[in-house]
Design a protein around this ligand. Structure first.
Ligand SMILES: [Zn+2]
Length: 295
């Protein structure tokens, strides 16, 4: 899959060079034809133009175009389809990620794990299990620092380390991915990061930063949970049932979408175990990041 991706880029760039060369030739022949008024020259020109056109078509039809980093976070990703895409951030964490994987496997659901590079290095067995069980891996930086208020002199080094070094760490685990996905810690982002990363051969193949549709924040009105975010539920000692009611309300309101959760605390695994049957009862089906129609 990844091999194909690189091969595709090589072919596309060599086609580009070939096209450039053909155009130069066309230019030269056209000048000569003008000077000589030669019929044979015009005929050659016609065939060269024809081959340029067919090469351009081949290039356009070859495959999926590269997905650049975006200037801002990508929101409203997959609402309105009555489908749920589960995403888990900040892991892998022993004792929690295992439980999440058990529950997903029990229901035969594939999720996306936006992992932290340092946690990946410390937990290769959990990473292997994620991949063996068909899950998708997203890049969530190397150390989970907020990419904001960075020093103008060092920000490029930090962005390189946090995103591209993390990419190297997760590369062996990207076997189920259709694309490279990135989610920014704390959703902190700047358009200059996108411009910088899109100049990089790996960076420019990323989709991101990717937000979520459901689970971003806690909102309670007249005792009713209109939204919930797992980390905030646990820090405010909100019960699993109340927290779940916020998730379910938002999922129903938005007719599905990308759910944000964290495989950091055991309560999130318990929430997941209760929430999957509730979502299924409400008619939702489960899909993955690979199923999103990225524009
Ligand atoms: Zn995070």
């Amino acid at each position: 899959m990844l091999g194909m991706k690189y091969a595709r880029n090589d072919i596309v760039s060599s086609m580009y060079l070939l096209n450039l060369f053909t155009m130069k030739c066309t230019d030269y022949i056209s000048k000569s034809a003008k000077q000589n008024g030669d019929f044979i020259m015009k005929k050659i020109l016609f065939f060269v133009l024809l081959s340029t056109l067919s090469l351009s078509n081949a290039q356009i039809n070859f495959g999926v175009e590269d997905k650049d980093f975006s200037k801002g976070n990508i929101g409203n990703i997959h609402t309105g389809h009555n489908e749920i895409i589960l995403t888990f951030d900040d892991g892998p964490v022993p004792g929690v990620t295992d439980k999440v994987l058990d529950i997903l496997s029990e229901h035969n659901i594939k999720a996306t794990f936006f992992v932290i590079g340092n946690n990946v290095k410390a937990n290769p067995k959990l990473m292997k299990r994620m991949v063996d069980e068909g899950h998708i891996i997203g890049n969530h930086s190397m150390s989970h620092i907020a990419l904001q208020h960075l020093d103008p002199l060092t920000w490029k080094d930090i962005v390189n380390r946090e995103i591209l070094d993390a990419h190297s760490v997760i590369t062996p685990y990207l076997v189920n991915n259709k694309h490279f996905y990135f989610r920014a810690p704390y959703a902190a982002w700047d358009k200059s990061f996108a411009e910088f990363l899109n100049e990089n051969e790996i960076g420019k193949q990323y989709i991101g930063p990717i937000l979520w549709d459901i689970g971003g924040e806690l909102e309670v009105k007249d005792g009713k949970y209109l939204q919930a975010a797992d980390w905030e539920c646990w820090s405010k000692k909100i019960s699993i049932d109340d927290c779940m009611s916020g998730y379910l309300y938002e999922a129903t309101k938005r007719k599905g979408g990308v759910i944000l959760m964290h495989d950091l605390r055991h309560q999130s695994a318990e929430l997941l175990a209760k929430m999957i049957p509730e979502l299924e009862d409400r008619g939702f089906t489960f899909s993955t990041m690979n199923d999103v129609n990225w524009k």
